[in-house]
Design a protein around this ligand. Structure first.
Ligand SMILES: [Zn+2]
Ligand SMILES: [Zn+2]
Length: 267
């Protein structure tokens, strides 16, 4: 399979949704519900992550526990940077699997996140950061704290601060696209940064309220206010069957799914 990096045209990037599921994945272990047993491939959701390919480089947003399988499925041939939304387990635990790209590219991989996320990485992956001599291989990464807009692979990233329960998290805007997984509230100042979008990917866990996540109804209201050309839901739980949920959504709003891929204009 071609690397996704080979698919992006100049002036745009190619976005691939590597994972569209909630923290436990769908199916979730031991669950007998109809979505967890669905034969429909779109109901099979790995943990949330997207891949952005631009100018021959690949940028990963979050390293989910499913990163290895996601990268195999996407034919990922190189990795140039990782950008983290926040430090929850379902978004970071795949970090160890960047090692093959360290070997192949013979370079450290820059890792971007807010100060809290970087602190969680250092704590969770003590074996990477403690500097202790080891005979085994550990990921070679370089931590870069996000304190404002930043550029990776020629793409300008605008951080979008949001609240995820009591945690401060980041979404990101890149050209006419934006990715906001894991939030319960988007502050007004951040909403101002999200106008004029072609593609908006946002958290919509389920219909029932959750203290840390947006619901279908809440995310539909955000889509109404921001009026992107298209919106895609992510971080989807087993409460939402793919076909039946799409059937009740407005035409420009769809459930995201593993493998969803499209170009985003950077102009
Ligand atoms: Zn999550
Ligand atoms: Zn989270």
């Amino acid at each position: 399979m071609d690397s996704p990096a080979q698919n992006a045209r100049p002036g745009s990037l190619r976005l691939t949704m590597l994972g569209s599921g909630t923290s436990m994945g769908v199916p979730s272990l031991g669950c007998n519900c109809r979505v967890c047993h669905s034969p429909e491939p779109h109901d099979n959701r790995t943990r949330p992550s997207i891949l952005l390919a631009a100018g021959g480089q690949n940028i990963l947003i979050d390293t989910s526990p499913d990163f290895r399988q996601q990268a195999l499925r996407a034919g990922l041939a190189r990795l140039d940077a990782v950008i983290y939304t926040h430090g929850h387990a379902d978004h970071i635990l795949g970090l160890d699997d960047v090692r093959p790209f360290n070997f192949k590219q013979k370079q450290r991989i820059p890792v971007y996140g807010n100060s809290q996320t970087l602190a969680i990485l250092v704590r969770t992956f003590a074996y990477i950061f403690d500097g202790a001599p080891t005979l085994s291989t550990v990921p070679a990464v370089e931590l870069r704290e996000i304190s404002g807009p930043f550029e990776v692979a020629g793409v300008l990233f605008q951080p979008i601060p949001a609240h995820h329960g009591d945690m401060d998290v980041l979404g990101f805007r890149f050209g006419r696209g934006a990715y906001l997984t894991d939030f319960s509230e988007i502050p007004t100042a951040s909403m101002e940064l999200l106008h004029g979008l072609d593609e908006l990917i946002l958290d919509a866990l389920r219909d029932r309220p959750h203290p840390m996540h947006s619901t279908v109804a809440n995310s539909l209201e955000i889509v109404r206010l921001l009026a992107p050309r298209r919106a895609w839901f992510t971080h989807i739980s087993h409460d939402l069957p793919h076909e039946a949920t799409n059937a009740r959504l407005p035409e420009n709003v769809r459930l995201g799914y593993d493998g969803l891929s499209f170009e985003v204009s950077l102009r």
